[in-house]
Each structure stands twice: as C-alpha cells, then as structure tokens.
Design a protein around this ligand. Structure first.
Ligand code: XMP
Length: 535
C-alpha cells in the first residue's frame, strides 16, 4: 500500500460499536488515522510507521478461548500505545497483569480522579466525568505500570508506564527506549465523556508528537494532485450526480482537479421531489459554474416500473434502468473523447464495514450498490476520492470548495427516490400528488425553523382511501403519512417530537391544497424496529 509520509495513528479494531467514533475524534484533532482489524501483521505495522496505536474496545473477554489478541510484538516497537476498555485489558493481559470478570457490570457515568500527572490528562484539574461500559476489569497491574486514575468502582480506571509522564514529552521520540503504554477503562470517544476528545488529542499530540496536518485544506491540495496523477493528462471521468452532498462535492473535487475532463451527469428518473431537477441544474450552472449533463429519463423509468408493487422489485428495476441510461450516455459522451473513469462516492465507513472484524453487517433492504452495478455495466476504471473520509469530512471539504451551506445541510434523499415513498405502483398521477404533499411538509418545517434539527422529513402516500367530509359532501380520498426523524447516523432513529402547531399547519395545508388527500397521519415509530423509509 502506498502510504503518504505523514503523522498518523493506527487504531486496532476489536469490534466495539464505538470504534468509528474513536477515529472521528482523532481526526477532529487534525491527525489522520485508520482503523484496521486487530490481527494485522507486525510487519505491516512496522512498514506503515504509525506515530501511535490505539487498541479499541470490544465485546470479548481476554480469557475466552478465542479472545482477539494482537501480536504481542506491538509493545516492543517503541510506538506509544493507548488501550481503551477491552484494549486496556488486552494490554494488561499480554504484559503480565491480571484481568477478572467483575461481579457487576459497570455502565454509565463515573467520576474519574487523577492520581498522577500524565500527559493524557494534561490540562485537567485532577478529575473528569467519564463513561464506563465494561464487565471485566484489571485486578493486578503488569510490571512497569502505575495506576494513574481511579473511579469509585474501577481502581485501575487509567494505568500507564513512566513514558507517559506529563511534561516529559515535548516532541515525538520515534525510537524511545522507554515504553510509552497506557490503558483506560472508560470510553473517551463518546459524548458522555465530555472531555474525552481532549484526552485523545493529548495522546496524539503530546505523547505521539503528531502534527496537525489533517485538514480539509490539505486534503484538497493532496487529493487534487493524486487525481491528476491517477487520471493522467487526457483521461476523462464520468461523475454520476444525484443532487446530494457526496456526489456534488465529488464532482466539484474532480472539476477542481481536471476541469472539464470531469463530466458530471445528472439523470432525472421521474422520481424526484418537486422542483428538484431544476434546482440541481441551477446550482451547477449558477453557483458552482460547472457544466452539467442533464438527462431526462422519466419515461424510461416509469414505463419499466409500470404496475410493479413490490418494494424490492422497484429498487432493482430502478438500479438496472439507471445503469442502462448511464451506459447509453457514456457511449454518447465518448464520441467527444473517450471516457475512461467512473467516480464512485465510497466513503470511509463503507471501507471499514467491508473489512470489519464482525464482517459486513446484514443488509435489511437492498440499498442496491448502484456504483458497483454501474462499474460492471460500463466497464470503466474506478476513482474513489472519498475512500478516506467520514461524512462530516465530506461536508467540510464541500465548504472548502465553496459549496453553499444550504446544500451541505440538506436531508438525505434515497437513490430510488419517491418510488419508496409511494406505496404500491408508481403512476405519474400519484407521484404528482406525493410531490405536492412532500413540498408542504418541507416548507412548513423550514418555516418553523426545524429543518436543521430533523435528520430527515418527508411525506408518504398510502394506497388506502378513507372517508371524510368536505363542505357538505362526503369525500373518499387518499391517506398521507408524514415522517420526521432525529438521528445521528441513520442506522438508528427516533421519531421527531414535532410541535403541535407545525403538525396542524402541515395537516391543514395538505388537506386543503392537495384535493386527492383527505387524511394525514404522523408516523411515530422509531428505528429499529421500523426503518426510516416505508419501503
Ligand atoms: P432506512 O429506510 O433503511 O434508511 O432506515 C436509512 C437511510 O438510507 C436511505 N435509503 C436509501 N438510500 N438508496 C439510497 O441511496 C436506497 O435504496 C435507500 N433506501 C433507504 C434513507 O433515505 C435513510 O436516509
């Protein structure tokens, strides 16, 4: 693996659900880091030369027969190591200490008292609130370690070797003879440890001596060079643009690097929200000043979807037609110069997921990997400029590229579009009804100043009719469901506690303005067990 020369931190993954958070905290302190399975070889680590190693938490117990343990040679490399929770137990266990299953699990807030001035807690006044989540705990320290902090229930809440002493580390000592090892029982990466980010920052800066070179400004400069080198002086890149943040930032990045040899293509599949096709085109033309190829494939998509009710079939058809439209468009565009590359918006969580120690998580819906299908259909080489980035870093990069905040903060919209919000078959008429209702939901939420507090909000059109009264006569019309959720990562979500006046305004307007709907309901299910979309 070609690895740029820079200061970086290796995080060994023992399977904790919080691991991506550790990586994000390290990056927030402007230091690059990568997560790798706990059992990567010592040789690789030697070659990769990280400035520091973090052993993550994990669900195992060190005494289990198949307990995940790293190569014990890591402690001899002269690289500073910080073990977190299970990572702390692993370190103690491998270095001759003792770990025991404690009689009760400790879970929740604890007050940490610091005994010894170590670099990890520099800037703290001797105590901190921390978050605990563990069963096992250390009962006997390994040789060379001292207790440096404790809580009421955890006598060894933080342990360290002398190399971690505060103030003794001004600059990095790549081959320091004194081992620089520390372990903490609590989780510094979660928000419930309010100053945890500072602790991790102390580790990467004060102990490992990393510089602050992971900024989106630097990334932009480096990635621009990398793209130019990869694509060569004449290569052309096809960028599929959906109107969302990732693909827009991707197209802008490519355009920044290779100008008009980056060809952004936006396909209208007839399943977009009200005004969306116009907005995307206007944004590229007026704000971003990048020429966008616009393809109206509404007829192709809607005729392929005609009469199809099954959610999975709808998704599959949309994916297939999307690839066909792109294949035709790529052939047409190649008449002006061959297209060699396809930009794909793979992001770092996808990379981690695909090589996680737990294996890729089960797919509940086929969020068809359109990128993968496209690559197969088009037979182009792949360029993935975001493989290293987390979602929030892509947003920051967008900011760096001058992309307006309104786009960067937009709610996500699924690839299959309104098809998964129109229960049953997609007809032009129903799509139009849904568009009008959906636009009202978003308008009212914006008007109430709630848009940025909500993760995703939309209308769903049900294939159900109900009876109502309109003036003096009886009506028999459709039901519309309104969904709004709060979420951090879209993996779990809670329904948004929408203020009544906003619900009232949404309902009144939909029923008054969309004649085909006479009943509005609010979706109060969380994920799991429900999902965010209805199909
Ligand atoms: P669910 O419904 O699975 O949605 O809770 C989680 C997030 O994923 C989006 N979503 C999709 N995005 N293609 C996409 O690009 C899809 O097929 C798809 N299905 C769901 C959904 O909008 C939410 O943000």
């Amino acid at each position: 693996m070609g690895r740029p020369k820079r200061d970086w931190i290796l995080i060994l993954d023992f399977g904790s659900q919080y691991n991506q958070l550790i990586a994000r905290r390290v990056r927030e302190s402007q230091v690059y880091c990568e997560l790798h399975p706990y059992n990567i070889s010592l040789n690789k680590i030697r070659r990769w030369k990280p400035r520091g190693i973090i052993l993550s938490g994990g669900p195992a117990s060190v005494y289990e027969p198949d307990a995940p343990l790293p190569d014990a040679g890591i402690y001899e490399l002269g690289i500073p190591i910080l073990g977190i929770c299970y990572g702390q137990q692993v370190m103690a266990h491998q270095l001759g200490g003792k770990v025991k299953g404690s009689s009760k699990r400790e879970y929740g807030h604890a007050r940490l008292s610091v005994d010894e001035p170590v670099a990890l807690f520099e800037g703290f006044d001797g105590s901190a609130d921390v978050w605990m989540s563990h069963g096992d705990a250390i009962t006997e320290l390994p040789p060379g370690f001292k207790r440096v902090a404790y809580t009421a229930n955890a006598p060894y809440a933080a342990i360290a070797t002398a190399g971690f002493a505060a103030g003794s580390i001004q600059t990095a000592k790549p081959n320091a003879s004194e081992p620089r090892l520390a372990g903490i029982q609590f989780h510094p990466e979660v928000v419930h440890t309010p100053r945890g980010a500072e602790m991790l920052s102390n580790f990467v800066h004060k102990v490992c001596g990393c510089g602050r070179d992971w900024t989106m400004q630097n990334f932009l400069a480096r990635q621009t060079e990398a793209i130019r080198k990869t694509v060569g002086p004449s290569g052309r890149v096809l960028c599929a643009v959906s109107g969302g943040v990732d693909s827009t930032v991707g197209a802008m990045l490519l355009h920044h690097a290779i100008g008009e040899r980056a060809v952004p293509v936006f396909v209208n599949n007839g399943l977009l929200r009200a005004g969306e096709a116009d907005e995307v085109q206007a944004r590229f033309a007026e704000i971003l000043r990048v020429p966008l190829v616009y393809v109206d494939a509404t007829d192709r998509f809607l005729s392929a979807l005609s009469g199809v009710k099954s959610p999975e079939r709808k998704r599959k058809i949309i994916g297939r037609v999307f690839c066909e439209v792109f294949r035709d468009e790529a052939a047409r565009l190649s008449e002006h110069g061959k297209i060699d590359w396809l930009m794909q918006g793979t992001i770092y969580p996808d990379v981690i997921e695909s090589r996680s120690v737990k294996g890729p998580s089960a797919t509940i819906k086929s969020h068809h990997n359109v990128g993968g299908m496209l690559k197969q259909t088009l037979n182009l080489k792949l360029i993935e400029p975001f493989r290293e980035l987390f979602k929030d870093e892509i947003r920051a990069l967008g900011h760096e590229l001058g992309i307006d905040a309104a786009l960067v903060g937009r709610h996500p919209f699924p690839g299959p579009g309104l098809a998964v919000r129109l229960i049953g078959a997609c007809t032009r008429k129903d799509l139009e009804i849904l568009r009008r209702a959906d636009a009202i939901v978003i308008e009212e939420i914006r008007k109430a100043g709630l848009y940025d507090r909500i993760g995703q909000a939309f209308a769903v059109l049900l294939p159900v009719k109900s009876v109502g009264v309109m003036g003096d006569s009886r009506s028999y019309e459709r039901v519309c469901a309104v969904r709004a959720v709060e979420t951090v990562d879209f993996m779990t979500a809670d329904w948004f506690d929408m203020p009544r006046p906003v619900l009232r305004a949404i309902s009144n307007r939909i029923i008054n303005e969309v004649r085909e709907i006479n009943r509005v309901v609010y979706d109060i299910s969380s994920k799991p067990p429900s999902t965010i979309e209805w199909e």
